[in-house]
Design a protein around this ligand. Structure first.
Ligand SMILES: Cc1cc2nc3c(=O)[nH]c(=O)nc-3n(C[C@H](O)[C@H](O)[C@H](O)COP(=O)(O)OP(=O)(O)OC[C@H]3O[C@@H](n4cnc5c(N)ncnc54)[C@H](O)[C@@H]3O)c2cc1C
Length: 466
């Protein structure tokens, strides 16, 4: 059917213009979905590259990710984005959840799921977990069973601390530190006890109590800049979307549609609709007055920020054959082998990155002091590192890595739609029900596209305009 016949003889209208502000995973996802729906999309990103918090940089010939990222089998929306970007093969998932847990003195355990249906799939591994006593292991089933009755959408659940809830279900200090922290601290980027029970429940129910492959871990085999930013730029160009880098938006003015202004008078753009896909502290000053209740926008400040620090250590020889591992009784939380992915072609060196979530205590510590702490800590966990020489050591710090996923944060997260038709919010901090993760970001971008399709880009409008 031609555009003219669809509009009953009226001349064809140009497609609706959508400005997507922010080129992180949320903005990328929204831009792709809207361009696929026939909108005339312009993606405005302040930095000189796409990808937002998932980015890479070059250091002496090595490609470094500012922060190690992993995802899980249950991250269906994120995996959908990878598929669209043609990147599924470059972000492989484990065949079965399998995590080696290291402890000082070279002790180690392996948490590996079976093929049994969830939640039985983890029981054999937990039953053998050597870092808990038999009594502690037996008690782990109590919170696992009780969690099934916790509703993450219940506002009262959002007010509770995960640690208090675990303690009330028989999880003493040792079990919380040696087992629950392994997953909750990295998933929620907050000290395990301090996390919102609602967000912890989403992680536990989806990842551990759901399908048996839900927690299988995925790790990119390409630097994040290539996996997301570069691939998205290629796809968006193919879809006819305009991507403008180095474009920092300074205001969004409603009128007949929206006028989006760039900082320092660098230009302006008229749009029929806007997706505001920037972090909450950047969204608050950009959102036009009256778009949401003032108290709601002021409340976003309460989401705060939580840092992630990555400690990068290059050895003169291989010190482990593990692709990644978790650690207990150590300042190291998770450690990843980055040798191949960084493009290192100086064998036999090995490049490890320690990922430190909830890193408030480390965010401002000089690299030299972190070296004094973490090089011996790695040697405690990996005996081969004791004889190896550290050839390079550096630190990357993301001070506002995620919002602070504490009790009460759920009530502060806004929905996609606002009071203004055509102005929608996206970002991993919005009310996705998910923690501040890649999965949350992609879900928020999809929700923004769905909302604009429903309101601004209705099928009839698109039919008329094409
Ligand atoms: C070190 C680190 C490790 C992490 N590890 C994991 C992990 O293992 N697994 C996981 O799932 N998640 C992880 N996360 C979280 C995940 O990266 C984020 O949740 C997700 O990438 C957020 O995407 P976003 O699009 O919502 O926001 P962002 O990625 O922050 O994107 C927002 C974009 O908006 C742009 N912007 C801001 N202001 C303006 C403006 N005025 N005009 C134009 N553009 C603007 C910014 O430059 C940015 O590119 C980690 C985060 C960090 C920092």
């Amino acid at each position: 059917m031609t555009a003219v016949s669809a509009s009953g003889g009226r001349p064809p209208q140009p497609p609706p213009r959508v400005a997507v502000i922010g080129g992180g995973l949320a903005g990328i996802t929204a831009a792709i979905a809207l361009a696929e729906s026939g909108a005339d999309v312009t993606l405005l990103e302040a930095r000189p590259r796409l990808g937002g918090a998932t980015c890479s940089f070059n250091r002496d010939g090595l490609v470094i990710d500012t922060g190690q990222h992993v995802f899980l089998g249950c991250c269906t929306a994120y995996r959908g984005l990878l598929a669209k970007l043609g990147m599924t093969g470059h972000a492989p998932l484990q065949r079965r959840f399998d995590v080696t847990v290291l402890a000082p003195g070279g002790r180690r355990a392996r948490l590996r799921r079976t093929a049994l249906p969830g939640p039985l799939h983890m029981l054999p591994a937990l039953g053998r977990y050597p870092f808990l006593s038999l009594a502690e292991r037996l008690r782990v089933s109590r919170p696992a069973l009780a969690m099934r009755r916790v509703d993450p959408a219940d506002p009262a659940v959002d007010q509770q601390r995960f640690g208090d809830w675990l303690a009330a279900h028989g999880q003493a200090e040792r079990a919380r530190r040696a087992l629950w922290d392994l997953f909750s601290v990295s998933a929620l980027n907050i000290a395990g006890d301090d996390a919102s029970l609602a967000l912890a429940a989403t992680v536990v129910k989806t990842g551990l109590l759901g399908k048996n492959n839900a927690a299988d871990i995925g790790v990119a085999a390409l630097p994040l800049g290539e996996l997301h930013g570069d691939a998205a730029a290629t796809l968006l160009a193919k879809l006819g979307a305009q991507v403008t880098l180095g474009a920092k938006v300074s205001s969004v003015q409603p009128g007949d549609g929206y006028l989006v202004r760039l900082a320092q008078g660098a230009g302006e753009l008229a749009a029929d609709a806007v997706v505001l896909a920037v972090p909450h502290e950047k969204a608050a000053p950009l959102i036009p007055p009256g778009t949401l209740p003032d108290a709601a926008v002021a409340g976003w400040a309460g989401l705060g920020a939580s840092p992630i620090v990555n400690v990068h250590v290059i050895y003169d020889r291989p010190v482990t054959d593990l692709a990644f591992a978790a650690a207990i009784d150590s300042p190291v939380q998770w450690v990843f082998d980055r040798t191949r992915i960084s493009g290192m072609d100086r064998p036999p060196q090995q490049y490890l990155a320690i990922s430190l979530s909830a890193a408030d205590a480390y965010a401002d510590v000089p690299a030299a002091r972190l070296r004094e702490q973490f090089v011996p800590a790695l040697a405690e966990l990996l005996p081969a590192a004791r004889d190896a020489r550290v050839t390079e050591f550096f630190v990357t710090r993301e001070r506002r890595a995620t919002f602070r996923q504490a009790p009460g944060s759920g009530a502060l997260r806004p929905r996609t739609a606002t009071r203004r038709p055509g102005l929608v919010l996206a970002g991993a901090w919005t009310d996705t029900g998910w923690p501040d993760t890649m999965e949350g970001a992609v879900r928020s971008g999809l929700a923004a596209a769905v909302e604009l399709r429903r309101t601004v880009l209705t099928a009839s409008t698109i039919g008329e305009r094409q």
